[in-house]
Design a protein around this ligand. Sequence first.
Ligand SMILES: *Cc1c(COP(=O)(O)O)cnc(C)c1O
Length: 244
Amino acid sequence: MNEEILQNIALIQERINNACKESNRNPNEVKLLLATKTVPAERIKMALQTGHTLIAENKVQELKEKYEALKEIPHTNHFIGHLQTNKIKDLLRHNVTCIQSLDRLDLAEKLHQRLQFENKTIEVLIQVNTSFEESKFGTNPDNAIELIKQVAKFDTLKIKGLMTIGLFSAETEKVRKCFRLLKDIQQQIIALNIPNVEMQELSMGMSGDMETAISEGATIVRVGSAIFGQRIYPDSYYWNENLG
Ligand SMILES: *Cc1c(COP(=O)(O)O)cnc(C)c1O
């Protein structure tokens, strides 16, 4: 089991390297994030030994459960799930440096209030629903710029870029359209030169579509099942409001 994790990570690194070669990019520009939902702390520890230390959970509950076990091992925590405002306090207690799933103004407001109170700042990515699927979180692409202008006013929130989940489809060109749209929004925002807004990160691409995402400019790929194996819960459990 654990050997397998190490082999899988080596394979993923190879996929990243190959995808970068294809599109004339430097592999150092693409960070591998380990998506660890449903994975027990012991297995995450194995993965951290490879030197890939950027990990992310989707639920505050899981972040809490694994926190003690992972504490002694140096790593960086991002958050990639739907965040309910009543979980903000708890999330901020568990050493998360970036929330990649900021997708609405009321969440930004509540985060800002709490961060001000704690005299802290946090990095955020704005999650955009580039596939226009109702089941997925993320701001509508048409609203992304307006949302960013609003979030930029909160000085506790450091905007570092954008995140998206591509369409689930075997048709690569349809998936590519999602990633292109994210890149396009990024370019529009850069051109606006909004104070307190940086746009260096494009978090896009997962186990099934990372090559396409890298060719469209991904700087962070989020990989779960190709490293840790298939999950027993359907992803709708994590991505759908009603079931989350
Ligand atoms: C689970 C998850 C991933 C990783 O998905 P895999 O297909 O298992 O690689 C990436 N991003 C988000 C937001 C996720 O919830």
